[in-house]
Design a protein around this ligand. Structure first.
Ligand SMILES: Cc1cc2nc3c(=O)[nH]c(=O)nc-3n(C[C@H](O)[C@H](O)[C@H](O)COP(=O)(O)OP(=O)(O)OC[C@H]3O[C@@H](n4cnc5c(N)ncnc54)[C@H](O)[C@@H]3O)c2cc1C
Length: 381
């Protein structure tokens, strides 16, 4: 494998403790969380106490003020263990950066220390039953009324939906202004009129609570507006390169991990008096997957390096998201095939990874939307 060049000694030490935390505090409980449909609240607090949440939040708000690599390392260690349940990355690498970037001093002081400690769990609610890719067409409204906004609407597919204490909600503050009428509003989980619907039954990511959310005349003070009224869509777009990079980091690691599991399995499993790994078809498939894994890692690491310098553009991030999730899907399908019937059994990690990662081509912007972004740029005058 080509040597990775991104990490300092401090990062390597962090990786060692993240790996230990995942092995000891996450992996042993994961099967039970899959049955429960959500992870425990305690594991969030433990992750916070261990310094694994929101690593890039500035020190003045309780964080470690680290770079993006710390969050990426934790994400890689979770992917390496095949533990898809805790949606830490959404909380740490997606919601916390919204608050850091657009929050008022008061919002930052109130929320960031709680998010760092895992005392509050965060979610972001954009998708609706009638609008996922087409976010400008959301119907949830936040209408000004005196010093408050009154929120009405419904969201769907919201990760951390059952556990969330803080939800960044995309709303229309001006329903007639299209994308320019979208604003982000902070909604606390205990607001009157807010309710959680079903914890949705999914093909994979079974330990992750993905839910419907309902807003029925939910009144929040105007001080809960995140950023500038009417700029919500722009704010979402500004943060998307990091969100898409996070998915690519996870996917690149999942490709490597699927390969490791499959090498191990095919060396042990016997058919026709030899190991499965000795068939030319297996060796060639493994060689293809290895090449894909190395190339994907090189590209994703290059994207991380660009992001650390503030130079990752939205088109490159879209390429990373699209290509990593598409390659991952092909790889997982090949790896399940090489496992035979056992590849279809839930107790095998390759089966869970296959079920979990089907959604990677959909969530965070579908492959087709990534193609729109890339081709629009390619064909621009
Ligand atoms: C497990 C999971 C977790 C999620 N977590 C969250 C979350 O935490 N917060 C949140 O807000 N959302 C979340 N989502 C929602 C996710 O972001 C949306 O599902 C996704 O953006 C697609 O939207 P949609 O489901 O409405 O599909 P649609 O937009 O209805 O798309 C259906 C199909 O049409 C295609 N399509 C749409 N527009 C175009 C176009 N212009 N050109 C070509 N093809 C097009 C799509 O690519 C897709 O193939 C989650 C989804 C899943 C599955």
């Amino acid at each position: 494998m080509m040597q990775r060049e991104l990490f300092s000694e401090e990062h390597n030490l962090f990786r060692a403790s993240a790996r230990r935390f995942v092995e000891e505090r996450i992996a042993p409980f994961h099967a039970q969380w899959e049955k429960d449909g959500q992870v425990s609240r305690e594991v969030w607090q433990e992750a916070g106490e261990g310094g694994f949440l929101c690593c890039s939040v500035p020190e003045e708000y309780g964080g470690a003020g680290g770079d993006f690599l710390f969050g990426a390392i934790f994400l890689e260690e979770l992917a390496r263990a095949g533990t898809s349940g805790p949606s830490f990355h959404l909380h740490s690498e997606i919601v916390a950066p919204y608050i850091t970037a657009y929050g008022t001093e008061e919002q930052k002081k109130h929320w960031l220390p709680k998010l760092v400690k895992g005392e509050a769990i965060a979610a972001v609610a954009m998708s609706e039953p009638g609008a996922g890719s087409d976010l400008q067409n959301i119907r949830t409204t936040a209408i000004a009324d005196g010093d408050d906004y009154v929120i009405n609407g419904q969201k769907v597919f919201i990760s951390n939906g059952q556990l969330a204490d803080l939800i960044v909600v995309a709303c229309k503050t001006d329903p007639n202004a299209g994308g320019k009428g979208v604003s982000l509003v902070l909604v606390e989980g205990d607001r009157e009129g807010f309710s959680r619907g079903r914890n949705l039954e999914k093909v994979g990511y079974k330990a992750q609570d993905t839910s419907e959310l309902f807003f029925n005349d939910v009144r929040v003070p105007k001080s809960n507006l995140l950023g500038v009224e009417g700029r919500g869509f722009k704010q979402l777009m500004q943060q998307l390169p990091q969100e898409r990079l996070v998915i690519a980091v996870r996917s690149a690691t999942s490709i490597e991990t699927a390969l490791e599991w499959t090498v191990e399995y095919t060396k042990e499993r016997k058919a026709f008096g030899q190991s499965i790994a000795e068939f030319q078809n297996t060796r060639f498939k493994l060689a293809e997957i290895k090449s894909k894994a190395v190339m994907m890692r090189a590209f994703v690491d290059r994207c991380i390096a660009a992001h650390l310098k503030g130079e990752l553009d939205s088109v490159t991030a879209a390429m990373a998201k699209m290509q990593s999730t598409e390659v991952l899907w092909d790889v997982l399908d090949d790896c399940v095939q090489l496992h035979g019937g056992y590849g279809y059994m839930w107790e095998y990690p390759i089966c869970r990874a296959w079920a979990d990662n089907r959604m990677a081509r959909i969530a965070g912007g579908t492959t087709e939307i990534m193609k729109e972004i890339i081709s629009r740029d390619l064909l621009a005058d």
